[in-house]
Design a protein around this ligand. Sequence first.
Ligand SMILES: N[C@@H](Cc1ccccc1)C(=O)O
Length: 505
Amino acid sequence: MQLPESQVAVLEAASADEATSIDALAEATDLPPETVTGAAFELEEEGLVEVSERVDETIELTDEGHEYATDGLPEVALYEAALEAGADEEPVSMGQVIGQSGLEGDAVDIALSNYARKGYGSIDSGEITADPDAEPTADAEANALEALADGAVGTDDDLEEVIDQLERRGLLEVVETTTRDVALTDEGVTELMGGIETTETVGAVTPDLLTSGEWETVEFADYNVEADAEDVESGTVHVLRQMSERVKDVLVGMGFQEMDGPHVDADFWINDCLFMPQDHPARTHWDRFAMEEPSHIDELPDQLVADVERVHREGLGEDSEGYHSPWDEEFARALALRGHTTSLSTRYLSGEEIGEIEPPARFFSVEKAYRNDTLDATHLLEFYQIEGWVMAEDLSVRDLMGTFEEFYAQFGIEDIQFKPHYNPYTEPSFELFGTHPTTGELIEIGNSGIFREEMLEPLGVDCDVMAWGLALERLAMLTTGAEDIRDLHGTLADLEFLRNAEVTY
Ligand SMILES: N[C@@H](Cc1ccccc1)C(=O)O
């Protein structure tokens, strides 16, 4: 029998009595492990050896995991500081508690995003409470981390969930290694005893082989596509960036033009132009990120300010009342990080950005909005909104729904549901829901409606405008199957997930 050199070496190094690992064979034959693996598979195909495979899992703490195993988890530090500050009695300002906790930088975000999840208390409107009954010593994650650092962890089923969670937090890595063992078969032994000759095989075509014409007669080694090889982790465009590019392409394809504008803007453009009364709870509760310096915009168009104020005070025409509430220009000039990108729509519709816009017209943006929400699986403090509007004569709810159906179908989403809703600036209004591909849960993916006369008249628009704000991250949850928005971006983003996520559309 004739075999290539590497196969002969492996065959001779293997034993019939006990299986030998690839690593041991590599050492014995002085060949690289991947060559040995390749040769072993070839030999297995010839029936000369048997290759057995075992997958082992080992758990390794990351640097961050080691740090918390020694110093404690940030959320526990936050809880202890909250207790000390008396947050078990009444809410305490978050700044004070964070200061006392000694947490800094990323550790603050990490503490905040795990605090409520673990039932240590709640965080709302910049204040923190501590649940007096929470027990940090019973924190399953902290205990598992400590045990892992001491090397004292079995593969107990109870731990599986905690280990998953710690892995998601990037505190440990479950490393899978495949070990292959090789043993001679009876046939292998027989062939070996009969004597095996070595064939010369050639691994690569060289200029020499070509010019000499030898390539016609030599035997080429087979490629083994199953041989172990090192993982290559290349850079990749972030899932949300891919999503946002795709959304822009789709909207441009549907005839939309892109808007852009300031992230920090006057409340006038963010709220007043949307017929949002100045005492609307959202304007205090929506927890704006207000600007301290500069605190107010320099310029607002005088006529527009007068028209917006008039409609806020008096309403419009016989069927409209206005708010009978205070309206103050100073209040409207206050600067904040925009809570929605509808501020761009009011700027464009008013003619302020690119001059008067004639119907029919379609505009969109895919830009960041900022809200002081409590972080959870579906909320981040900043997120991307897909803003859009269509200006045309005689628009109806069917146009609105049809546009969404057309848009979401481009992403393979064909089961959008609509729920009646309320916005001060649209009538009628609808919330949009989509079904999560793995959990089957309905997730809110957007808000929409037809702009009211009270909003459009001061802006100088005298035909219909339908509009929406959709959440890019929620769309990404539907297309990638991510179950927690924090896996997508922010301090807790799951790198493994981001590396491997396919954006499907
Ligand atoms: N501004 C709304 C979205 C929206 C825009 C335009 C019209 C209707 C709704 C939001 O942030 O939820």
